[in-house]
Write a protein that binds this ligand. Structure first.
Ligand code: AMP
Length: 474
């Protein structure tokens, strides 16, 4: 199958040819003809499958007819993060090179006035994060009654970040008769409900990530202590020992940890840069560009900031923290092994993390190999330090987690030097592709109302410190 059979316009086909792509990916092949036939589409696909072009190419073709009116965008694309929104804008620039489309980016962290001026002139394509879009709408600067096509991208991520109420509001502000394209990597019940409510007789298109991509990722676990300084020491040893490391993304669970680790790495002479939701937009864009161009080797990032970013050649992923949600693990390691390259993903595991690792292994249906000695599960005292109770089992006998079952003799919970010896550590094992993140309709754990890293940039709504977890004393 070639692009010319999909019904795209000549101008779009020549822009695709200029990029060098000759064959549509499965999501493009299956979705584009339906989009052009004005059907609603429910696309179940992760980033890395070519899903952006699956909606951008037919949109450009359709927008060749008609023109935009002031304050009334013709099409609207919702993205969970500013970086993803910017990436979609780049796709319009790349594939719309022969068109005179007006594309506006409405994201937090940049001036309202510039965005307002652009809306006033009229836009064909509005790419937005939900919070900032609603801000413009509430100020009366934007009318959504002219939207002919709505794209909701990365819907499950929107759920994680607490954006679903915003999405529901936006869906009610656009005309009932619009066409809707809805993309999600997973189908938790809440997302299922939204699709039933807002899609009209959709065509369902489901693709898995190309197997070769994840097949090519060597995954391993490395034992570390819980203390951050100890973890940083372990990480430095791993970076120094990593074979074939050209560049790496290091994931932390919290923005504060990103900043601390970044400073520490720089202090130790590493070439590193940070990417997290508290940085202003220009700093984030600059950081990403420096990393893309290879000017810095290490990108220390939080999940939200790095989600879905297309950085083609990353040799290593380090999970400084084991992610709280197992699907974040799949997304993190998916940053490497892209476009046919091989990659390495190494996860630091403290005793407290064994449950989270077991959840990842359950989700992916795979056991991740330990490089060196495995960690023992945390004792109940370590997990609930203020709730010591005689009813809890003694240290070392506590857990039913898979890792403690595998390693009968418990290792000491705190070790003086957890830094693995690279020479003695076995090479990370190649493992098969992670299983699909969740099966259709499968129950998912309830999410927090708003992700602590939520960063659609509307800091005017809620200061970042209010999003931090707090401990309430009895
Ligand atoms: P996405 O899933 O949209 O993030 O796309 C992942 C990567 O695949 C991006 O770098 C795209 O430029 C690239 N890509 C999109 N379509 C194709 C295609 N038909 N052939 C090869 N690469 C593609």
């Amino acid at each position: 199958m070639s692009f010319s059979h999909l019904g795209l316009s000549e101008k779009v086909l020549s822009a695709v040819a200029a990029t060098g792509y000759t064959t549509p990916t499965p999501i493009q092949e299956q979705a584009i003809p339906h989009v052009l036939a004005r059907r609603d589409v429910l696309g179940i696909a992760q980033t890395g499958t070519g899903k952006t072009a699956a909606f951008v190419l037919p949109m450009i073709t359709m927008l060749e007819q008609g023109r935009a009116r002031a304050r009334m965008p013709r099409t609207l694309i919702l993205e969970p993060t500013r970086e993803l929104a910017a990436q979609v804008q780049e796709a319009f620039i790349k594939y719309g090179a022969k068109h005179k489309l007006t594309v506006a980016l409405i994201i937090g962290g940049v001036s309202f006035d510039d965005q307002d001026a652009k809306l006033t002139r009229g836009v064909d394509v509005l790419i937005a994060t939900p919070g900032r879009l609603l801000d413009h709408q509430e100020r009366g600067r934007l009318l959504m009654t002219g939207v002919e096509l709505l794209v909701i991208d990365e819907a499950d991520r929107m759920l994680d970040m607490g954006f679903i109420p915003d999405i529901e509001r936006i869906c009610k502000l656009v005309p009932f008769t619009r066409q809707t394209l809805f993309f999600t990597a997973t189908m938790p019940p809440e997302i299922q409900r939204i699709t039933e409510q807002f899609l009209h007789n959709p065509v369902r298109v489901e693709v898995s990530k190309p197997a070769t991509t994840v097949d090519a990722i060597a995954q391993s676990l490395v034992k570390t202590g819980r203390d951050p300084a100890e973890k940083r020491e372990t990480l430095r040893a791993l970076i120094r020992a990593a074979e074939g490391l050209t560049n790496a993304i290091i994931f932390c669970n919290r923005k504060r940890e990103v900043a601390t680790l970044h400073h520490s790495l720089v202090r130790h002479g590493f070439s590193a840069i940070a990417l997290h939701g508290d940085m202003d937009q220009s700093a984030r864009t600059a950081a990403l560009e420096q990393f893309r161009r290879g000017e810095v080797k290490l990108l220390v990032a939080s999940d939200v900031a790095a989600r879905g970013l297309d950085i083609p050649a990353v040799s290593h992923i380090f999970n400084f923290d084991v992610p709280h949600h197992p699907d974040d693990y799949v997304h993190r390691i998916g940053r490497t092994g892209r476009a046919g390259r091989s990659g390495t993903a190494i996860t630091l595991v403290a005793p407290i993390d064994t449950k989270a690792v077991a959840a990842i292994e359950k989700l992916t249906g795979q056991t991740i190999a330990w490089a060196g000695e495995p960690v023992a599960a945390a004792s109940p005292e370590e997990r609930w330090p203020r709730e010591r109770s005689a009813s809890r089992p003694p240290r070392g006998q506590a857990s039913g987690s898979s890792s403690s079952r595998r390693h009968a003799s418990p290792a000491p919970e705190r070790q003086a030097s957890p830094v693995p010896q690279p020479q003695s550590a076995p090479a990370p094992q190649r493992v098969g592709p992670p299983a699909k993140v969740a099966r259709f309709g499968e129950a998912q754990p309830r999410r927090p109302a708003r992700h602590p890293e939520a960063d659609d940039g509307d800091s005017s709504h809620l200061p970042a410190f209010l999003l931090r977890p707090v401990t309430v004393k009895a």
